[in-house]
Write a protein that binds this ligand. Structure first.
Ligand code: FUL
Length: 602
């Protein structure tokens, strides 16, 4: 698609023939000229910036997803399109309650499944009778999209639509030109009848299988329709503005490049170029120097972390007690917004057409917690713009002697994403000690570490593509979230450790505990070759002095039978912090997460 080169200053042709100038930026996409060096590529990469729409979108930080539709009434996650529209009959639908709840919880945009894979439309479309118009709800006179729009206007909430390209009801699906025309008519209705739309979400799922209907989507025409009617909207997932983070668990990458080598899936060359680089949307590295070395193009394509507050995307009564805990939600927040991503949290209304009381309660706790954490920034003068050359450090004084366990950094992404590596030190009684290290920053990066009492912090930009532009440095004290320990059959166990770092996995139990054993329960659906096979466990009471308790242990046969395995420490140990390094069967780093580990109390 289109390339933009925005010149804000004089362009100077360097001897290599590459265009270089201080005020020269590439908006959204750049193509590296053939034969340039890695250093020249890095220099260009540092000048890739978001489009205006992408920059605005990034600032939203928190988006709410609303999965609601025929599945709500059939208790399914994917409908097959044969459902009777008469099943759709919410008794108390109240979009005002949705948006009020979401607005109070800090969300800035709401995205509704106007049509999911089953093809049932939540607005009275002229394209098909498979819609609310054929339902008993409001005698077929209702329009969920309109009600949501009006509630969004009332609360100053931005509004987005999810329109599933895969449609299991439309008879023309698979007759490519016909369905594309049908889809564009649906899209046009949504983009012209409901005021301003800020995000259009095209899901990539398709479960047709090898013998199913094959549809060639006309992405260029879909894109042109959005540009024509809603020029301020971003096109997400099957789009080139917003990228799927690669999982539905709410886990972002610690190293998250918005300036990425992955080609958006809607471009004709995407398969070829991504294959050549050996990457998919799930790859852990999508933007390092190693990736730049082989890349031909670079895209500003920031990540969005989508996850549901419940196990399923649609409401199921049997999940009323499985609403994610405050601890889980706050971890998701720190691993999405805190990892240079936008969080897209799904809250599915129930059959009444209301956000269920349990979800309302949890959203309030979640907002209260964040408000508490961010109410006090202990850094003085953290807002002064800092142009940091690689290797530069800056000391920020704290208010008095403050206890902190979290530092936040922000880059001026309108000048590109540049920081590659940084360290955070804390000064206590005149002495400096490193408390955290990180890689990318981007729009926002939050690092967590064991709490420390300090009078100042020092940030060092140890690696950067060009001069880094730091707009904000802040320090906070996040209270530990206490959750009831779960009673296991073998005694009391702790399952709620806070993750401080993902590699090596470093956990904080909240306070000193006497421990006897650990259980590893690999999350389901994890690739067998990424499970932990060999591991070393170290413990600490203060977060800086570590003792090994198990060295090179083995979770035998875990690849073939990934069931929970418990290992004893052989004695009682005293620990607040636990560090687990693990490798998989082929000796590469294992993919482990805090929720896979629980600990036995003496
Ligand atoms: C997936 C879909 O298949 C799910 O049903 C859900 O809508 C999720 C957000 O995206 O690909």
């Amino acid at each position: 698609m289109k390339k933009f080169l925005l010149s804000l200053g004089l362009l100077i042709a360097a001897s290599s023939g590459i265009i270089q100038a201080k005020e020269n930026y590439y908006v959204k996409h750049l193509t590296f000229p053939e034969g340039i060096s890695l250093n020249e590529k890095v220099e260009m990469a540092s000048r890739l910036v978001p489009s205006r729409q992408q920059a605005e979108w990034q600032k939203l930080e928190m988006a709410a997803f609303i999965h609601f539709g025929i599945n709500t009434f059939t208790d399914r996650e994917w409908g097959d399109g044969s459902e009777d529209p008469k099943l759709f009959n919410p008794t108390e639908l109240d979009a005002d309650q949705w948006v009020r709840t979401l607005s109070e919880a800090g969300f800035k945009i709401v995205i509704l499944t106007a049509k999911h894979h089953d093809g049932f439309c939540l607005w009275p479309t002229a394209t098909t009778s498979h819609s609310v118009a054929s339902s008993p709800w409001k005698n077929g006179k209702g329009d969920v999209v309109k009600e949501l729009r009006e509630a969004c206007d009332k609360y100053g909430m931005k509004f987005g639509v999810y329109l599933s390209p895969w449609d299991r009801n439309a008879a023309c699906y698979g007759d490519s030109p016909k369905y594309n025309e049908f889809f564009i008519r649906q899209l046009t209705e949504l983009l012209t009848n409901y005021g301003e739309v800020h995000e259009v979400w095209f899901d990539g799922a398709n479960g047709e299988g090898p013998n199913g209907r094959k549809q060639e989507y006309d992405w260029d025409a879909f894109y042109a329709t959005i540009k024509k009617y809603q020029p301020n909207a971003v096109m997400a997932i099957m789009g080139d503005d917003v990228r799927w983070v690669g999982n539905e668990k709410g886990i972002g990458r610690e190293t998250e490049w918005s300036a990425t080598v992955i080609t958006p899936g809607i471009y004709a060359n995407s398969d070829k170029s991504n294959k050549a680089l050996g990457i998919t949307q799930k790859s852990s590295d999508l933007g390092s120097r190693e990736m730049l070395a082989d890349a031909k193009d670079l895209y500003w394509y920031p990540s969005e972390v989508d996850v549901s507050i419940r196990p399923g995307w649609f409401y199921h009564q049997y999940e009323d007690n499985s609403v994610k805990s405050l601890k889980h939600l706050s971890d998701i927040y720190f691993q999405s917004v805190g990892y240079n991503s936008v969080l897209l949290l799904n809250i599915p209304p129930d059959r009444r057409g209301l956000i269920h009381e349990n979800d309302v309660k949890r959203l309030k706790e979640f907002a209260d917690y964040r408000n508490k954490v961010f109410a006090t920034d202990f850094v003085r003068k953290g807002d002064s713009y800092w142009k940091a050359k690689p290797g530069d450090s800056r000391v920020y004084r704290l208010n008095g002697k403050s206890t902190i366990n979290m530092v936040m950094l922000q880059e001026d992404i309108l000048k590109g994403q540049r920081v590659e590596k940084f360290t955070v030190e804390a000064q206590t009684n005149g002495e400096w000690k490193e408390v955290a290290t990180g890689t990318t920053v981007g729009y926002k990066r939050i690092v967590r570490f064991p709490e420390v009492k300090a009078e100042a912090i020092r940030i060092s930009i140890t690696g950067s593509r060009n001069t880094a532009n730091i707009t904000k440095v802040a320090a906070y004290a996040a209270p530990t979230i206490e959750e009831a320990a779960i009673e296991g059959k073998d005694g009391k166990i702790i399952t709620n450790a806070t993750m401080l770092k993902s590699a090596p996995l470093t956990l904080d139990l909240g306070s000193k505990k006497q421990l006897t054993a650990l259980t590893y329960a690999p999350a389901s659906k994890k690739k067998a070759e990424k499970l932990a096979y060999h591991y070393t466990v170290s413990i600490s009471t203060d977060g800086s002095n570590w003792t090994d308790v198990i060295v090179n242990g083995e979770f035998g046969n875990i690849m073939h039978n990934p069931q929970p395995q418990t290992v004893s420490f052989g004695k009682t140990v005293n620990a607040r912090y636990i560090r687990i390094s693990a490798t998989s069967f082929d000796n590469s780093e294992a993919d482990i997460e805090s929720k896979e580990f629980s600990f036995f109390l003496k």
